[in-house]
Design a protein around this ligand. Structure first.
Ligand code: ADP
Length: 616
């Protein structure tokens, strides 16, 4: 370029050779003057455009003026007007001056513009540099070196800022123009791969733990130019620690929430659920979609309850009060009872803490029931004790009196038999009552257990039948029947004969006691090969429907004429029921007042013990 620029100075020589000297024969001087002007202008423009040295241009301009003047002088046309008739083509010197002057003006403007822009660029660069240097983040400027194919082959550190120097305890001159890979591996003990972030995977940011510096660093990349990168290092140790603490706090919060037996809802002032927390351990599950965004009017509360909750929410927000409501909720896992507490969260929402009080309420209810039962039992016990003294005294008096009467010398045979029967019957009654009282006390102390062993049923049932026949020789107006389904005299199965006999005895005793006409039938029947159904039917006074539930309570007696006239303690049925339960059966009863009563229960009869089994 320098050579070309110097060549331009030969243009006047070229002009002289072609247009001015005597060699030029083809055109007169004056005709070539404008060729000279245009050539000189071309040279001037070339210099203006390419020359960096201003003197070169001025020098060329002066030579050009001399050349034109010289040619004009030689052609004797310095003052000759060339363009009398062509107003736009005037004196060559003026043409040259006008064009060169215009070019100078444009050139000058261009030069000033360039100077201005370079000034601005300088300021900008200074600004960037200042920002780079003063940034609180550690910055490194990296230059990429590429091969002929444009592939980056090396990354060089151009510069680092003050923060970088102080953070990583290194000086600029130690890292400047060093390979980035080498410097960062040295600084961060291979924890940070600069090639990975700039060339391979190119994530926008990357976090790593610099073990030697004991800090977490976050690196971000800026790429202002094709082969230039800025790496921004940010110490995020505090942020990381805060996140870890928050995580730990969250975990604590979760554990705490799990430990608190409550469900939390955030409800806005219009009754809309904004958020909720239900613990993993909660029995009932609520899907997010079925709560958040819905209002208390949509989630299944009865209308009046929803209205009540809405009113309480308003109270809570307006008066900053704490409101408590109890309600029940039907869920797929059953009905649950809740106690809801509402407290103001902010000016437009409340926090509702709902506690599942199902167990507590059930326990309270059971306690209440147990209390009533205990009171009733207490009352019945006193009645029983009063009865008992009467029950004991009556037969004892009869026995004592009749015993003395038996001793009368002039007593007839019939009378003797009658007195002896009275003594015997009252004695048995007394015995029965004492036995029942013993049974009850054993039940109370939970010392009765079923001692299962092979039990011959037919003899057992027949014994009870005979016992009643002998006890009540004249059944008056009613008949007593025995029904044994299996004729085999030694038929039996595994059960506790003692408990079975006591239960049957009490049930038949009742049937006899509450029947005055008709018949009593008792016995058993086989239910396939699986069970033995025992039954006692009578045609007695029956039991009113609303009393059936009560008669299984201890010491309870239905108020009726027979009970008022006869003895009884109200423990026969509960004892029978308890024993049958121990034997694996369940006492069932059907009764129609004035028609009669049917009581039955089925005991398990396992196969293999064959109801036709003969035991020697
Ligand atoms: P009790 O000593 O009064 O017979 P139980 O416990 O054996 O006591 O019976 C409770 C009540 O059940 C009796 O008072 C009676 O009113 C009623 N009851 C029991 N069995 C019969 C029956 N077969 N027919 C009518 N009432 C009966």
């Amino acid at each position: 370029m320098n050579c070309l620029l110097n060549t331009v100075f030969f243009i006047p020589v070229f002009i002289y050779a072609f247009y001015i000297s005597d060699f030029n024969e083809h055109l007169p001087f004056i005709e070539t003057i404008f060729y000279t002007v245009w050539w000189l202008l071309f040279g001037l423009l070339f210099l203006l455009y390419f020359a960096k040295n201003k003197t070169k241009i001025v020098f060329y301009f002066i030579i050009s003026i001399f050349t034109i003047v010289f040619q004009l002088l030689k052609a004797d046309g310095l003052f000759y007007s060339f363009s009398m008739y062509k107003p736009f083509v005037t004196h060559p010197l003026i043409v040259f001056l006008v064009f060169s002057g215009g070019s100078f003006i444009l050139w000058n403007k261009f030069i000033r513009q360039v100077a201005l822009l370079s000034d601005q660029l300088k300021t900008t660069n200074q600004g960037i540099n200042k920002v780079f240097q003063d940034s609180i983040f550690s910055l490194a400027e990296i230059k990429a070196e590429s091969d002929e194919q444009g592939n980056v082959v090396k990354l060089w550190i151009e510069k680092v800022n003050n923060a970088f120097e102080s953070s990583f305890n290194i000086n600029l001159h130690e890292v400047q123009n060093q390979e980035a890979d080498y410097v960062f591996n040295l600084l961060f003990r291979n924890q940070f791969d600069v090639n990975k972030i700039l060339l391979f995977e190119r994530p926008k940011t990357l976090e790593f733990y610099a073990e030697n510096l004991e800090c977490w660093l976050k690196v971000s990349v800026l790429k202002p130019e094709h082969n230039k990168f800025y790496l921004i290092f940010e110490d995020i140790t505090k942020t990381k620690k805060t996140i870890e603490e928050l995580e730990a706090g969250k975990q604590r919060y979760k554990v705490l929430l799990e430990a608190i037996p409550d469900i939390f809802f955030v409800i806005d002032k219009d009754g809309m659920y904004e958020d909720f927390v239900i613990k993993e351990s909660d029995l009932f599950k609520i899907e997010d979609a079925s709560i958040v965004g819905n209002t208390i009017f949509d989630v299944g509360f009865p209308e009046n309850m929803a209205d009540k909750i809405y009113k309480y929410i308003q109270n809570c927000i307006n008066h900053n009060s704490i409101e408590t409501i109890e309600y029940s909720l039907n869920t797929p896992n059953g009905t649950f009872l809740f106690e809801m507490r509402l407290a103001k969260l902010n000016s437009h929402s409340v926090i509702s803490v709902a506690r599942d009080i199902t167990r507590q309420k059930t326990a309270e209810l059971n306690l209440e029931k147990a209390k009533i039962k205990a009171e009733e039992s207490d009352r019945l016990k006193s009645v029983f004790l009063t009865n008992l003294s009467h029950e004991v005294r009556t037969p004892l008096n009869i026995i004592t009196n009749f015993s003395w009467m038996l001793a009368e010398p002039d007593l007839g045979n019939d009378e003797k038999i009658e007195f002896a029967e009275a003594i015997s019957q009252n004695g048995k009654q007394l015995l029965n009552m004492i036995e029942n009282t013993i049974h009850l006390s054993k039940i109370e102390t939970e010392s009765v257990t079923a001692k299962v062993g092979f039990c011959k049923i037919n003899p057992l049932v027949r014994d009870i039948y005979n016992q009643f026949l002998s006890q009540v020789p004249d059944f008056g107006k009613f008949k007593i029947n025995l029904k044994l389904d299996v004729p085999n005299p030694v038929f039996g199965f595994d059960t506790d004969g003692r408990l079975l006999s006591a239960a049957l005895g009490n049930l038949i005793d009742n049937a006899v006691k509450y029947t005055s006409i008709g018949e009593i039938t008792f016995g058993y029947e086989m239910i396939k090969n699986e069970g033995v159904k025992f039954f006692i039917t009578d045609t007695g006074i029956g039991i009113p429907k609303d009393e059936i539930e009560n008669i299984f309570s201890r010491f309870y007696r239905v108020k009726n004429q027979i009970n008022e006239a006869s003895s009884g303690s109200g423990i026969g049925l509960p004892i029978a029921q308890h024993y049958i339960g121990l034997l694996g059966g369940e006492l069932q009863l059907e009764s129609i007042p004035d028609k009669g009563t049917k009581i039955w229960f089925t005991l398990p009869f396992k196969e293999g013990q064959g109801y036709l089994r003969v035991v020697s």
